[in-house]
Design a protein around this ligand. Structure first.
Ligand code: MIG
Length: 682
C-alpha cells in the first residue's frame, strides 16, 4: 500500500508514473516539522536497520551516518563523504516498524540516520515543497516492489551490453583502439565493446570527431563491428562556446542553454574550455539535444555513456572573477596564518563551487524559471532522458545502450548508471558489492563500477578479484583514468586466469540476462542482501559482503589483498561451485552455517540454492556467440528443482514475459522444458 502526502507546491519531477491520490492528514510513522523547510523525525529502535539511498558510501545498512542527496562530481569515494553522483531518495526502515519512504524533491536532502543521535532519524530539506510517499508491505521485498511499480519499469539495454567492455581515458585514435581489439583477439580474451572517452572528439566538442584521429569513422565503426566489437562513445553535458560550431549556435539561437536570472549567458569551464549547459529541463531543448546523438548513430554507433552531468563545473567565469578580486587583497607575503588558509581555500574551492549552482536558471515546460540548485538533482536525469527519448524516435525497433553518471529516481527508466570515479583500492571493490542492492532498490538495474578501479594504480590481484565480482554485474566494464597504470586484461602475467574469468562471465550470460530481464519486467531486485530473502535469520541480516544474484545463486567475493579465502555464511545448505574456468568446475555440498572457504586468485566461487537451477552455457568470445540452447544445469538437492528462464533476441523493444519465458525442471535426473534445447545435468 502506498500513501501520498503533499507539502507546499512541489515541482513535477516525473519520478513517479502511477496516479496516486493525495491523503489528507499527517504523515504516518514520522514527526513533521515545518520550520526552515521541512524536517521529518523518526525514533529508531535499538536494532532497527535502514536500507536504500542507492548510490552512497558505507554499508548496505545505512544506519549511523549522515548522507546528502546531491549529485556530486567527487572522485574520492571515502567513508567520510556524504554524496556521490546519484540522488536516490528512497529509504526503508526495518525493525519495530517496517515501511518505506520516498521523498520526491529535486533539491538537496540531508539524511541524518542516527548520526547526531544514535536512535533518531532526521531528514531535512530546505524548502517545504515535496511529495512524500509512505510505502507499506509485508516484507522488504514487497516494499521495494511497490515502490518500483510506482516509479516505472527499469531501463533495458541491448543484450550485447552485458558483454565485457574495455575502456580507458586516453585512447587517442583509431589505431590505439584497433590495438586493444588486436590484443584481446590475439590472446582469445572475450570482449564485446570498447569505450571511447573524450579524446575522440574534436577539442571535446559534443557530437564531433577528431578527423585526424578518425579519418573515416563510419568505416572504422563497421570494421570493428565486423570483428564483433561495438564502440561506445562518451557525451559530456557542457557544449563548447565557439562560433561556427553548430550545436553551440543552434543552442544560443533557440535559448536552449541555461541562462542567468537576467537572461545573460552563464559561462562555465569544463573539458572543452568555456561551455554552456543545455537546459535539459526544457522539453524542447531536451528533444534538440537528444536528436544530436543521431549523428553518431548514423555512423553505426549503438551505445553511449553520458558524463559530467551533475553538472560538473571546473570553474565559472563569474567565480573566477570574484576569486581574483579577493586574491588581490592577499597580495602580501606576510599575510599571516589565518589569511593564508582563507587565501588557499579561495582557490581550492573553485571547482564545483555551490555558489555556481545558484547562478543559472532553467526554463521549465510551462515557461517558468527555476534556479538550478533547487532542481539540481534532475539535471543528469534529464540529459539521459533526452538521449533515450531520441533513441526511441531514431531506432524505435532496437534497444540502444545508454548509461549516465548523475541520476535521480525516475532516470532509471531512461538509462543505466555506472558508479563514477572510484579508485584502484580494495575497499572500493567491496563498495561496489554493497551498492548493488541499494541501487536495485531505487530502480537502477543496469549498473556496475569501473572494474580494476578508475583512479590510482591497480594491481594484478586487485583486478583479478574485482573481475571475480564484475562477472556478475550487468554492466561489466574495465575502465581507468589517464596517467594511471594500464589495466587492460592483456597487461598482466596471469592472462590465462583473466581469460577464464571472462569465459565464466560468458557462460553465465543466459542466467544473468534472464535474471536481469525478469527483475526489470517484474519490478524486482536482481541483487539482494541475504536478509531480504532469509527474513527470520538474524545472522543473514548482518551479512554485508555476500549477495543473492537472481533466484538461484549466492555470491561471496574475496575483497582483501593477500587473502587466500574468506568466511562465508550459508543461511541454508547449498551447493558450492568452485570454478577455475568453464571446464574446471569443482562442486561441494555445504551445510548451513559458517565456513572458511579457500579461493585462489584464479578462482570464482558461487553457491546454488536448494530447489533452484543455474543454467550455464559453454564459452564464447562475443555475446552473440553464446548459445542458450545448449546448457548445463546445476542444481542442488534431492527434490524437484525449477527455473523460470527468460530468453529473447537481445534487441527487441517489445518486451514481455509471455512467450519469452519457459520453465525448466529437474527431477530425479530428468529434465523437463517446453523448449527444444539440449540440457545436461551437471
Ligand atoms: O573530469 O572523460 O567519470 O569515467 O574517464 C573527468 C574523462 C571526466 C569523468 C568520468 C570518467 C572519464 C573522465 N571524466
Amino acid at each position: 500500500m502506498i500513501r501520498k502526502y503533499r507539502y507546499g507546491n512541489p515541482l513535477n519531477t516525473e519520478a513517479v508514473v502511477t496516479k496516486i491520490s493525495l491523503e489528507q492528514g499527517s504523515l504516518p510513522y514520522v514527526k513533521v516539522d515545518e520550520v526552515k523547510g521541512l524536517q521529518f523525525t523518526y525514533e529508531l529502535g535499538e536494532r532497527d536497520r535502514i536500507y536504500g539511498l542507492g548510490e552512497a558510501v558505507r554499508g548496505i545498512n545505512k544506519r549511523g551516518w549522515i548522507y546528502v542527496t546531491k549529485c556530486s562530481d567527487d572522485p574520492v569515494h571515502s567513508e567520510d563523504k556524504q554524496s556521490l553522483y546519484g540522488a536516490h531518495n528512497f529509504l526503508m526502515i526495518d525493525g519495530k516498524e517496517r515501511f518505506g519512504i520516498f521523498i520526491d524533491y529535486p533539491g538537496f536532502i540531508t539524511y541524518d540516520l542516527g548520526y547526531q543521535k544514535k536512535n533518531q532519524i532526521q531528514i531535512h530539506m530546505e524548502e517545504a515543497n515535496a511529495d512524500i510517499y509512505i510505502i507499506d508491505g509485508e516484507k522488504l521485498k514487497d516494499i521495494v516492489h511497490e515502490f518500483r511499480k510506482m516509479i516505472g519499469q527499469s531501463y533495458i539495454p541491448p543484450k550485447w551490453a552485458f558483454g565485457y567492455g574495455q575502456s580507458r581515458w586516453s585512447y587517442m585514435d583509431e589505431q590505439e583502439i584497433r590495438e586493444v581489439a588486436n590484443q584481446y583477439e590475439a590472446l582469445q580474451l572475450p570482449l564485446d565493446s570498447i569505450y571511447m572517452d573524450i579524446d575522440y572528439m574534436e577539442r571535446y566538442k559534443d557530437f564531433t570527431l577528431n578527423e585526424e584521429a578518425f579519418p573515416n569513422f563510419p568505416e572504422f565503426v563497421s570494421e570493428m563491428k565486423e570483428r564483433g566489437i561495438r564502440l561506445v562513445p562518451i557525451i559530456d553535458a557542457g557544449v563548447k562556446v565557439e562560433d561556427g560550431y553548430d550545436v553551440y549556435e543552434e543552442g544560443v539561437e533557440n535559448h536552449y542553454f541555461c541562462e542567468k536570472e537576467d537572461g545573460s549567458e552563464f559561462r562555465a569551464g569544463v573539458w572543452p574550455g568555456i561551455v554552456h549547459f543545455p537546459d535539459f529541463l526544457n522539453p524542447n531543448a531536451r528533444h534538440w539535444f537528444g536528436m544530436k546523438y543521431k549523428r553518431l548513430m548514423d555512423a553505426g554507433i549503438e551505445g553511449f555513456w553520458n558524463d559530467m552531468n551533475e553538472p560538473a563545473i571546473f570553474y565559472s567565469e563569474d567565480q573566477l572573477k570574484e576569486v581574483f578580486e579577493k586574491l588581490s587583497k592577499y597580495q602580501n607575503p606576510d599575510m599571516g596564518v589565518n589569511e593564508f588558509w582563507s587565501f588557499k581555500d579561495l582557490v581550492l574551492t573553485i571547482q564545483n563551487n555551490p555558489k555556481d549552482y545558484t547562478r543559472f536558471y532553467h526554463t521549465m515546460g510551462d515557461g517558468s524559471k527555476v534556479r538550478h540548485d533547487k532542481v539540481h538533482n534532475l539535471y543528469g536525469y534529464n540529459m539521459t532522458r533526452a538521449a533515450k527519448e531520441a533513441f526511441d524516435l531514431i531506432e524505435p525497433n532496437k534497444r540502444t545502450l545508454i548509461f549516465s553518471r548523475a541520476s535521480y529516481v525516475g532516470m532509471h527508466r531512461y538509462g543505466g548508471i555506472w558508479t563514477g570515479d572510484n579508485q584502484s583500492i580494495w575497499s572500493h571493490l567491496l563498495l561496489n558489492l554493497k551498492m548493488m542492492p541499494s541501487l536495485n532498490m531505487c530502480g537502477f538495474l543496469f549498473t556496475g563500477a569501473d572494474i580494476g578501479g578508475f583512479g590510482g594504480n591497480t594491481t594484478e590481484d586487485l583486478l583479478l578479484r574485482w573481475l571475480a565480482l564484475g562477472i556478475f554485474t550487468p554492466l561489466m566494464r574495465n575502465h581507468s583514468a589517464i596517467g594511471t597504470r594500464r589495466q587492460e586484461a592483456y597487461q598482466f602475467e596471469q592472462v590465462e586466469a583473466i581469460r577464464n574469468l571472462l569465459g565464466i562471465r560468458y557462460g553465465l550470460i543466459p542466467y544473468l540476462y534472464s535474471e536481469f530481464m525478469k527483475a526489470a519486467i517484474k519490478d524486482e531486485m536482481m541483487f539482494l542482501p541475504l536478509g531480504f530473502e532469509y527474513e527470520d535469520d538474524a545472522m543473514a541480516a548482518q551479512v554485508e559482503d555476500q549477495l543473492l544474484v537472481g533466484e538461484s545463486i549466492m555470491i561471496a567475493p574475496v575483497y582483501q589483498q593477500n587473502a587466500t579465502g574468506r568466511y562465508v555464511y550459508l543461511p541454508e545448505g547449498m551447493r558450492m561451485l568452485r570454478m577455475k574456468s568453464l571446464d574446471k568446475i569443482e562442486s561441494v555440498e555445504l551445510q548451513a552455517g559458517h565456513h572458511y572457504i579457500e579461493v585462489a586468485l584464479d578462482e570464482v566461487i558461487l553457491f546454488i540454492r536448494p530447489g533452484k537451477i543455474l543454467p550455464m552455457a559453454t564459452g564464447a568470445q562475443r555475446i552473440d556467440q553464446v548459445d542458450d540452447t545448449m546448457l548445463s544445469l546445476y542444481c542442488y538437492g534431492e527434490n524437484r528443482s525449477s527455473y523460470e528462464f527468460y530468453q529473447d533476441d537481445g534487441f527487441t523493444t517489445d518486451i514481455t514475459l509471455e512467450g519469452r519465458t519457459s520453465t525448466i525442471t529437474v527431477e530425479k535426473g530428468i529434465v523437463n522444458s517446453d523448449r527444444n534445447s539440449s540440457y545436461t545435468i551437471a
